[in-house]
Structures are given as C-alpha cells and as structure tokens.
Design a protein. Structure first.
Length: 573
C-alpha cells in the first residue's frame, strides 16, 4: 500500500492538501508553534480576577490609591464639614466648580470612586487574611520537618564525637531545645525542632489590625456626629438636634436617638500674656460647667482646650470664646421688646468683635410696627486713633466700649428666607438708619450701664453688662477605640514580623565503627540572619555540657554560597 493511500486525501488531491497544511521553510512558524490553550470562560476569568484582587501586590496598590484619594478631602472644602465654604468656592470658581461637583470632590468620602477603592481594599484584605489564617493554623498543628539526610549542607553545622550513647545525646538535645522554647517533634533516630512561629503570627496580626482599622474608619464615618454650640455664661445645652448651631453626621446616624446629656456654663476664665513681644497671647482658657449624663445626676467639671469632657460616648471640646452684650431694648411704647445676651464674633486676636441686635417685635410711638436693628463694634480694651479708628489693643475687659449704629423699618425677617443672625442687611431699602437733626448717621459710643434714647421716640437700648461666651464642639466618634486598638496591634504585629526569626534545628546521633557516638547538629533560618549560627553555638555548648565525654571539639561550618532556595531543596532530599 502506498503512502498516499493513508493520508487525509487520496492521490494528487491529498498530496496538494498535505503540502498546503505543512509548515513552510520561510521562517513563518506562528501556526505550527502556537500553543493550543483552553479558553478561560466566565468561571476562569472570575477565578483569575479573584486571585489578582486577593494578592498582596494589589492590596498595597489599593492602599496607596486610598491614600491618594483622601488628599482632595483635605484640600477641597467638603459639604458635610463646611457647606458655606463650598458655596463660596462655587461662586468664586465658575469653571472649576461644576467640574469638582461632577467628580464628587465636595463630598470625597461618600463619592462613588472613593467607596469603590475602599470596598475593593476591604475585600482584598479579607481574601488575603482568611487563607493565611487557615494556613497558619495548619502550621501550628503540624510538626517540625524531620532531619535531612545530609546535615553538613545546612548553613550552620557542628559535629563532634562522644562516648555517650546516642539516646543520651538525643535526650539531652530534646531537654535543651524545650528549655529554649523550641517545638520538638517526636523521633527516635534524630531530633527536629522549630522556633519563631510568632513571626508569621505578627504578620497575620498586622493584616488583621489593618482590616480592623478599615472597619473603624467605616463605623466612624457612617455613625459619627459633629456639631457646635455657642453658650453664653449662665446658659446651657441639651443634646438635642434643635440645640445645635450646626450639626453634621454620618449616613447611619439617628438624630432621634441621641445620647441624653447636657451641661450648663457657669463661668469662663481666660488669661493672657500682659507684657513683652507676646502681649495679648492667650495663656489659658477654661470653662466651669455643671453637666448631667444618662443617669440624671449633676457633676461639676472644668473643661480646658486640650482636656474635653467625656460623657455618654461624646466628647465636648472647648474651641473658642468671645464676648456677649447683655442689652435691653424698649420700643416706642416703652415696652421691653428684647432683653438678653447677644453674642459678638471676634475679628482679631485682641477680640475686637462685631454683632447685631435684631428686634422684630418693636412698635413705634404711633402704635405701628417699627422693627429695630443695631449693628455694633465691641472693643474690650478700647483705643481710638485717627488712622485705625476704634479698635482693641488687649483681649481682656480693661476698657470695654460698644460703638453702635441704629436702624428702624423692615428687617426683612418676614420673607421666609434664612438670615445670618450675626449680620444686618443694610442694603434693604425698607430699613433706614437713625440720623441726627443735620441728617448725618448717628453712631453711639456706649459703655456698660449706658442707655441710648433713640431719635423720634423710637425707643431706647441699654447696655446692661458684658458677659463671656464659649463655643463647644460636641463630637460622637464610635470607632475611635477600635481604631486605637487596631493601630497598636499593627505596630506590635509589624515589630514581630520584623524582629522574630523563624529557624529550625536538627540533631542526629549514631554509633560509628569505633564504638563511639557521632553527633551532628545543624540549623536553618527562614531568612538571612547571623543569629542562627550564634544560637547554634549556644545549643552545641548546652548539649555538649549534658554529654561531657566528648573527645574532640565541635566544629561549625557556615557555607555562604548556599541560598534559602538551596536549603529548602536539601530539606526535601
């Protein structure tokens, strides 16, 4: 039978087909040498993606990306922290503002891209930790590997001869290794021991603590609350949403289930540097408060700037202070239209302050509604000069004075639009300034105890006294304890993984032809370290001391040419 009969084709046609499919000699071997690989499919691609995601390299990349993603949250004003600055930024940057809005840079920590990085890092760490935990448990349950056939190939090696029996040598080696906290495997012909399991435990603790730190960050972001409250001396605060001047909280925070506590500001104390180049610099701030917790009992406490009040899982920080004008305003009918404290906001380090008094319920002399408004500038230690005008040269109440301007008409408070309580809209055409007989605006200088009678029988305003106010920041951060514990565990785990060395020791003893015992002791470290040879020398001395009938000195060998990979190969031989 001819060869053409057994081909895929027959006759000339078969030969032509064979020539067409045969590899050519012109160097084009792509078809012949191409590997025939199976297709991955959906399951294969998912498995590949999972292995890549749970690798340590990807986890480090995601951690680096998370650090980069947090930078805009510090540089760009955030809606949850300061919506006023966000509004000002949008007005000042008409081009960048819409771009930042689309990118979510005004709410970085709740944006889609930041959440995606965070969740991927979370899953990546979980995928790394769980298999390594099972692997570590398996290592703890397993016994040290038995002695290799040729111990003289180990990086640290010692041998000597003795008249003691092999069993005595092995027993003394076991006792010595157990005394040095080695795990010793059972065996009759040799001793295998291992030490340094805490190195892998430290590595595992580090990653678990990092995982816990991410959980703490998530809890703190979702359940936190942060608010401010300005309290005048003698006033108080109750932890209720309506009591806050402004309140920011996480997505899962429940404002209707806030911790029951409150406090009252009894007094505020401030001291300042009174001489030298640092004159006027604050030396101490403290607030005397009486607070109550969930138990309803009253307690007294002094809050300092760096010493907050801890109550019901919340921290109350003292952040700033200023002065409050206690005034009494009478309308044109002689009735008290307003009486109480009016906080003024500081403008500089010497507490030169400005504020307004709004009296929407005043009635004019003719019986018609005539709202009153006052804009004032307060100076604790007053100095007036032609260049700078009235200003304060010291923050304490040495020469207090209030420079006040009065208005009457419509304050615009009935429009339904929100107004700043610390500003007066003087651009309102329905609001007119008080003027003297010559038509010049009136600006009155008042000290505590003075009364200014308004023109045309519009009423009067009395500056009764000047009190102090303090601003408190009330913070509820439930993940702080977990974050602190995780950070400490990360440091301990990192220290353990860096400074603890994993090493193995083998001891073999056998009778030689001359009737004596040949002892071999070898050590292998899982990482390059001189401690293996040093510890081996100590072990040799300890074992040698328990079998003191040696006839020759022990010898150590440390071949530098062997690598860790060579060591593992010889362990398997």
């Amino acid at each position: 039978m001819s060869t053409t009969d057994t081909s895929t084709g027959t006759g000339a046609d078969g030969a032509a087909e064979a020539l067409s499919t045969a590899p050519r000699d012109d160097g084009d071997t792509s078809t012949a040498d191409a590997p025939n690989l199976p297709k991955l499919g959906v399951i294969g691609w998912l498995r590949w993606f999972w292995r890549q995601l749970t690798s340590m390299r990807v986890a480090l990349i995601l951690l680096f990306l998370l650090s980069l993603a947090a930078i805009p949250g510090s540089l760009v004003p955030q809606e949850g922290t300061d919506p006023v600055k966000v509004s000002d930024f949008l007005k000042a940057h008409t081009t960048l503002g819409p771009i930042y809005t689309k990118l979510g840079l005004f709410h970085v920590y709740s944006s889609v891209w930041f959440s995606a990085i965070y969740i991927l890092l979370f899953v990546s760490l979980a995928g790394c930790i769980i298999p390594r935990s099972w692997q570590f448990v398996g290592q703890l349950r397993s016994q040290p590997p038995r002695a290799p056939r040729k111990l003289d190939r180990m990086p640290a090696y010692a041998t000597w001869r003795t008249d003691a029996t092999p069993q005595d040598v092995l027993d003394s080696a076991r006792d010595t290794l157990r005394g040095r906290r080695f795990r010793v495997a059972p065996g009759e012909e040799s001793v295998a021991a291992e030490k340094g399991y805490l190195r892998e435990a430290g590595n595992l603790v580090f990653h678990i603590a990092l995982f816990g730190l991410l959980i703490a960050f998530a809890i703190g972001t979702l359940y936190k609350s942060d608010g401010n409250k300005l309290v005048v001396t003698g006033g108080g605060f109750t932890n209720n949403q309506t009591q806050y001047d402004d309140l920011r909280h996480g997505a899962f925070f429940d404002p209707d289930n806030m911790a029951p506590f409150g406090f009252r500001l009894n007094a505020f104390h401030a001291t300042y540097e009174d001489s030298g180049p640092q004159k006027g610099t604050p030396r101490s701030y403290s607030a005397d408060v009486t607070y109550f917790g969930p138990d309803g009992k009253s307690h007294k406490r002094v809050i300092h700037v760096n010493d907050p009040l801890n109550v019901a899982g919340n921290k109350v920080y003292l952040t700033s202070h200023g002065y409050s004008m206690v005034v009494t305003v009478r309308d044109g009918q002689g009735n008290v239209a307003y009486s109480g404290p009016v906080p003024f906001l500081p403008l500089d380090g010497n507490v030169t302050s400005q504020g307004v008094v709004k009296v929407p319920d005043a009635v004019g002399k003719d019986g018609k509604r005539d709202q009153l408004g006052f804009a004032g500038l307060f100076t604790p230690t007053t100095v007036i000069d032609p260049v700078n005008g009235p200003h304060s040269v010291f923050p304490a109440l040495d020469r207090p004075a209030l420079f006040i301007t009065g208005y009457h008409g419509d304050l615009g408070m009935d429009s339904g639009l929100a107004q700043n309580v610390y500003q007066l809209d003087t651009s309102n055409k329905n609001l007119q300034q008080f003027k003297d007989a010559k038509g010049d605006p009136i600006r009155k200088l008042m000290v505590p105890g003075d009364t200014w009678t308004l023109p045309n029988g519009a009423g009067s305003i009395t500056l009764n006294r000047v009190d102090q106010w303090a601003n408190f920041e009330i913070v509820h951060q439930p993940g702080n304890s977990l974050a602190l514990g995780s950070a400490v565990c990360m440091l301990l785990g990192l220290a353990g993984s860096l400074f603890i060395q994993r090493r193995r020791v083998w001891v073999r003893a056998r009778r030689t032809e001359d009737g004596r015992t040949l002892v071999e002791l070898a050590g292998l470290g899982r990482s390059e370290s001189r401690k293996v040879a040093e510890e081996l020398a100590v072990l040799v001395s300890a074992v040698h001391a328990k079998a003191p009938t040696a006839a020759e000195e022990p010898q150590e060998s440390q071949p530098d040419s062997l690598s860790d990979g060579d060591h593992s190969d010889k362990e398997q031989s």
